[in-house]
Design a protein around this ligand. Structure first.
Ligand SMILES: [Zn+2]
Ligand SMILES: [Zn+2]
Length: 289
């Protein structure tokens, strides 16, 4: 299996290592390509604060540094410039014109925030457990079902809005639900919500990632998405790629074998390898798993 990772964070955002150390690690592990995907900056007027998004004033330095690594590693490792862009309805999304002018090779669309009704502040589903618990209590009046459906609706709206190449960690909401504190994974409501979102994804040019970041950081016991969702995806013939969501150089390709086995169990026998873009369209080659 040709290895690649298009979901990688550096010390420009919340990753630990610099671009070159990560390239060295990726080259050492035999990757054919490596994409950097800093968390895209939050809009200045969003009222949201975070210590994990790249700061606006560092964005151009980041793009320049990745472009430099492209040249340094040419012929040994194909390096791509990307961003992981949050979708927060009314605040930001992968389709924002601002991101179109950065010369990105690709982008990952991710939902980390849910937007409670009645104008309460968005909060992250994957931050500290207390933040999610507090958000549900205050923003959703304790209605856990409404929280779950707000999450899946956000992923669906992001898919409908399009303008990105890879769908990041589709079931991120499970990170703070490891012991089913907020919902049951086997409940009809959860499964139906996931199926509804996958129906929207079907037939789009978006490739879904199998993300091993939760396993790497000991936050989950399986990949994003879980086997049950991968099976739903396979039924719909949704193409997939494997990414580590690495925040340290050594984590590149972490748990890829688990991802591969899970994909096989779900019925997949191929994955997609990113080959750059022609115009607006991402080019992918299909590889045996
Ligand atoms: Zn993410
Ligand atoms: Zn990430």
């Amino acid at each position: 299996m040709k290895l690649s990772c298009l979901h990688t964070h550096t010390n420009f955002c919340d990753g630990r290592d610099d671009i070159d150390s990560i390239c060295k690690s990726a080259y050492g592990k035999g990757l054919v390509s490596l994409g950097f995907s800093a968390h895209a900056p939050l809009p200045k007027d969003s009222g949201l604060e975070s210590d994990w998004h790249i700061k606006n004033d560092k964005l151009y330095a980041y793009a320049k540094a990745v472009q430099k690594a492209k040249k340094t590693w040419e012929g040994r490792l194909t390096v791509y410039l990307g961003l992981e862009i949050d979708y927060i309805r009314g605040i930001m999304g992968p389709g924002d014109p601002f991101f179109k002018n950065l010369g990105l090779d690709y982008s990952i669309g991710s939902v980390h925030y849910v937007l409670p009704p009645k104008g309460a502040k968005p909060f992250t589903v994957d931050g500290p457990f207390e933040e999610a618990a507090e958000g549900i209590k205050k923003g959703f009046n304790g209605d856990k079902e409404a929280y779950v459906s707000a999450y899946w609706e956000a992923v669906s709206s992001m898919i409908d809005a399009g303008n990105f190449d890879i769908l990041g960690h589709i079931d991120l909401i499970k990170k703070n639900n490891q012991h089913e504190e907020f919902f049951s994974f086997s409940s009809e409501a959860y499964r139906n919500a996931a199926e509804g979102t996958l129906d929207r994804l079907t037939g789009t040019p978006i490739v879904a990632e199998v993300n091993t970041g939760g396993l790497i950081r000991g936050k989950t016991t399986d990949c994003y998405p879980s086997l049950s969702i991968l099976k739903m995806m396979k039924t719909r013939q949704i193409p997939v790629t494997i990414n580590a969501d690495a925040h340290r150089a050594e984590d590149i390709t972490g748990y890829y074998e688990t991802a591969r086995e899970t994909l096989k169990e779900a019925g997949y026998d191929t994955i997609q390898l990113f080959e750059g873009k022609s115009g607006k369209e991402a080019r992918w080659s299909t590889l045996p798993l």
